[in-house]
Design a protein around this ligand. Structure first.
Ligand SMILES: *[C@@H]1O[C@H](CO)[C@@H](O)[C@H](O)[C@H]1NC(C)=O
Ligand SMILES: *[C@@H]1O[C@H](CO)[C@@H](O)[C@H](O)[C@H]1NC(C)=O
Ligand SMILES: *[C@@H]1O[C@H](CO)[C@@H](O)[C@H](O)[C@H]1NC(C)=O
Length: 397
């Protein structure tokens, strides 16, 4: 138990460390036809960079946007957003394939809402649209854009996607990088800023609380209830451990859940329906478990057996749904792979422990059964000879 706790806390500490961010220098990037740009910026997400030259005399901006698509052969997009920030309102230039294996093109998109997009005129006059693919599938879109006279600072946004269908970009991922790929761009001073996720910390806290509670504490509590009961020498210690584990898990889990609901409310336009619904189902089932404690029949009541069955089934559902939802959350937050790997390791350790306990308790139960049938005279049908691992036995506390 102690070593498990130490393990959990070290996992927690690891999760609290800032996620490493990928960085490479845009100054080493070169383009075909000896195209040169006056300035470049490494953009803060999606390993993207923007190169540009701004001509103040006729307020034209030539840009090269370079990024790796989320999958080979996918698409990349860069946009100015004169009316807002992020995707809605974006006047985008998208580099994508006309058809699978077809030629690369750059097209403009006037994006007025979340959802499917179609090529359209944009608010700025644009020339010299081009897209090309470099080593390792990295894509570049080139464009020359006429900015409104006197406007030198604007919101920019960018995005990468996995594939395109019929010359239209398919939906991109909704990872932290994807959702935060936006910043301001000052074409004169050469600064681009912002782009950090103000809610990233909140999301990480939500993730940690829920992974530890629904994903780890509740399964441990279930293992305690299922197996430690069989060790008679421990007496009713299993019961108190189980209660402490599940109540702590519930309290931490509900806190994490509330943070999650709040995050959901704040992120307009993006919905993780399954994750949210699973979360609500989990909260309801877990609350039901707690409430049902007050309705628990006395241990020698004839309905106690059914209550125990119900308690185990709902408990099992909570554990399984909890683990599934932790994985869904990990997909959404998409932290470095090691976090998912770490959680898988925790689950494997718990699984191995459960398997070993399953074997041991089976063995104990068999021994007891043999003992009792050998000496029915001595143990004349008194509780201990039930043969089962004690699921249906009245709780001893
Ligand atoms: C803007 O001016 C530069 C030189 O001053 C010229 O090379 C470029 O073609 C002009 N662009 C437009 C769109 O007029
Ligand atoms: C872009 O779409 C918006 C909303 O549909 C529309 O009001 C705007 O006129 C469009 N811009 C251009 C350049 O077509
Ligand atoms: C077993 O218990 C029953 C009733 O509980 C009793 O009648 C019987 O005598 C007991 N047998 C032995 C061997 O103790």
């Amino acid at each position: 138990m102690a070593s498990t706790l130490v393990f959990l806390f070290s996992l927690l500490l690891l999760l609290l460390l800032p996620l490493p961010s990928f960085s490479q220098s845009c100054t080493s990037q070169t383009f075909s036809n000896n195209r040169l740009f006056a300035t470049c910026n490494n953009l803060p997400h999606l390993s993207a960079a923007l190169h540009w030259t701004y001509d103040a005399a006729n307020s034209t901006l030539s840009v090269a946007f370079i990024a790796p698509p989320s999958r080979p052969g996918g698409w990349v997009a860069w946009a100015l957003n004169p009316t807002g920030s992020g995707m809605v309102g974006a006047q985008a230039v998208v580099g994508l394939r006309q058809s699978s294996g077809g030629s690369l093109v750059a097209k403009t998109f006037n994006i007025s809402a979340y959802g499917p997009v179609t090529p359209s005129r944009i608010a700025f006059e644009t020339w010299e649209l081009e897209a090309e693919e470099g080593a390792g599938g990295v894509m570049t879109v080139f464009a020359t854009i006429k900015l409104p006279r006197g406007v030198t600072t604007m919101n920019q946004a960018w995005q990468v996607g996995p594939s395109s269908t019929g010359g239209l970009p398919d939906k991109h991922d909704f990872g932290v990088g994807n959702l935060n790929a936006k910043a301001t761009l000052d074409v004169v001073s050469g600064q681009s800023s912002g782009g950090t996720d103000s809610r990233l910390k909140e999301k990480n806290i939500h993730g940690i609380l829920n992974a530890v509670s629904w994903g780890i504490l509740l399964p441990i509590g279930a293992i305690i209830a299922r197996y430690l009961k069989a060790f008679k020498s421990l007496g009713s210690a299993w019961f108190y451990l189980h209660v402490v584990c599940q109540l702590t898990g519930y309290a931490v889990g509900v806190t994490g859940w509330a943070i999650g609901l709040n995050l959901g409310k704040k992120s307009k336009g993006i919905q993780y329906t399954t994750h949210r619904n699973l979360g609500i189902a989990l909260f309801s089932l877990a609350t039901l478990q707690i409430t049902a404690l007050f309705l628990r029949p006395k241990k020698d009541h004839k309905y106690r057996v059914y209550w125990n069955r119900y308690h185990q089934l709902v408990g099992m559902a909570v554990v399984i749904l909890g683990i599934i939802n932790v994985f869904r959350g990990l997909e959404i937050l998409s932290p470095a792979h090691k976090w998912k790997d770490a959680y898988i390791v925790v689950l494997c350790v718990l699984g191995v422990i459960a398997l070993m306990l399953e074997v041991t308790t089976c063995f104990i139960a068999r021994r007891r059964k043999l003992d009792s049938s050998d000496s029915t005279k001595k143990y004349n049908g008194s509780g201990a000879a039930n043969g089962q691992r004690g699921f249906q036995q009245p709780l001893s506390a």
